[in-house]
Design a binder for this molecule. Sequence first.
Ligand code: HEC
Length: 218
Amino acid sequence: MKKTPATLVLALAATVVAAGCATLAGSPDPDVVAAEMVKTGFRSQGIAKVERVTQIDETLKACNAADVAGKPLDAATAKRIEEANLKTVKWPSDGKFLGDWKEGEKIAQSGRGMTWTDSAGAANGGNCYNCHQISKEEISFGTIGPSLYNYGKLRGVSDPNAAASKPIVEYTWGKIWNAKAYNACSNMPRSGHMGNLNEQQIRHVMALLLDPASPVNK
Ligand code: HEC
């Protein structure tokens, strides 16, 4: 019989079921099978290295395991992971937390970068609108994360340099640098920690969220 796409799908499904049974019977370890698939299915090209898939740190290991188990991390592990991630946060070298909100808007809008055709050290986008509402003008945004519209205003930041603003300014920097410092298995990328954004870019995005002159706070 000539295989149509539909029967092909059925044939594939049968293979998967058979493979599942084989695993249950105690043969191939799924981790070993997965590692082999990564080895044969991925290759490094340009700046896009296979290590992006294979090098998983303790945070991702623990969060992946919790996902597979279908339950959240226990409180003690979550606390340990958050503390370890907080230690990775690099604070602004000159003590200045805010840059230019107009540049921040461009960075938040852009999801470009880190592909094999990009050159090493090229600036990436922050991809923030993919998950957050930010300014009212942009109506195309994702909702995985909470709305950041009026971010500074809602938190009473009328002068980002005032001592009273310090806790929220520092938290926002830390969150953007390494989101898992405050929520162990956060879905938000660790933009500074993973080298997606540099210090100056984070200053600009900070201004977008916290500068009273930014459209976000109007
Ligand atoms: C893949 C989705 C995703 C992307 C991309 C993303 N975020 Fe988030 N963000 C989240 C989620 C989910 C939360 C809420 C859960 C948490 O705190 O981890 C969050 C929380 C936040 C918070 C804390 C809000 C609060 O009230 O405490 C800030 C600030 C923030 N994001 C800023 C940004 C900025 C700036 C960018 C771009 C550089 C960005 N996010 C990119 C998913 C994302």
